[in-house]
Write a protein that binds this ligand. Structure first.
Ligand code: NAD
Length: 245
């Protein structure tokens, strides 16, 4: 049982234009490891500079490909959890709803969310390392490093690596939604990686209320109207239920 503050229930019920910003924490209860958590995060066990940069891929493409193949299998074996499903209900309850995710796992779409902006790509897609316009396939389940049928360069996962820019149009749409929403929920993100972490701040600056859901305080917490401590799957069903009560 999670008790939402009464003031917050009122704000949620009055919302017409909601932006939800998600990070790795929303998929933690589906069994997908987060990035920066001290004991369980991926970066506690693996060096991102050896696995998640264009330089790493240029140096050792097989290693990077295998690591992503392992993560892709984790993602494909996982199921959306109660938090993903609650966001599907929220989308159905609001006239204007935009879900902006930093996650590459595609679990929001598998749960049934429709208006989803992916800021960091999708692990199930691949693209050419030499020229991203050689888009080859939406899905790739191959464990072996494939090559581009157009130019024979190595294919890579279609995710944003360290040192790379976020997709321009997705970023523009996300900030536009944030600047025009009345309520922004920031869920399961350490809110450290910019420009994505600027999304709830842009909403706040434009006059929206900002609500955070996380296990512990983050870089965003001092700017929020409410920070709710607990797991996303514990809390979000109570937020979506405010519309049916
Ligand atoms: P993160 O690991 O930095 O933070 C996860 C957050 O979720 C933490 O604040 C944690 O307290 C919280 N959390 C954990 N379990 C939770 C739960 N059950 N309910 C609610 N909150 C929970 O992940 P992030 O904020 O998503 O990181 C930002 C982005 O950096 C990532 O999405 C990722 O795309 C990214 N990044 C990844 C790569 C890569 O892998 N190639 C490269 C660059 C950036």
């Amino acid at each position: 049982m999670f008790n939402l503050p009464k003031d917050l229930i009122k704000i949620i019920n009055q919302s017409q234009r909601m932006v939800v910003f998600t990070g790795a924490g929303i998929s933690a209860e589906s069994g997908i490891p987060t990035f920066r958590e001290a004991q369980t995060g991926l970066w506690a066990k693996y060096d991102p500079m050896q696995l998640a940069t264009p330089q790493a891929f240029a140096k050792n493409p097989e290693l990077v490909w295998q690591w992503y193949a392992w993560r892709r299998k984790l993602v494909q074996a996982a199921q959306p959890n109660a938090a993903h499903l609650a966001l599907v209900d929220l989308e159905a309850s609001l006239p204007d709803f935009v879900l902006v995710t930093q996650n590459v796992d595609g679990l929001h779409q598998r749960a049934g969310s429709k208006n989803v902006i992916e800021l960091h790509g999708n692990i199930n897609r691949i693209k050419c390392f030499f020229d991203a316009s050689h888009v080859i396939a939406e899905q790739c389940y191959d464990d072996n490093l494939p090559s581009c049928p157009v130019c024979s360069a190595n294919l890579r996962p279609d995710v944003v690596w360290f040192g790379e820019s976020l997709p321009e149009e997705a970023l523009r749409q996300a900030f536009n939604a944030a600047e025009n929403c009345d309520l922004c929920l920031s869920i399961g993100t350490s809110a450290l990686i910019y420009p994505a972490a600027g999304i709830p701040l842009a909403a706040k600056q434009a006059g929206a209320r900002v609500v955070e859901i996380n296990l512990s305080p983050t870089a965003l917490s001092e700017h929020t109207d409410f920070t709710l401590f607990g797991t996303a799957a514990q809390i979000l069903p109570y937020i979506s239920a405010t519309f049916s009560s």
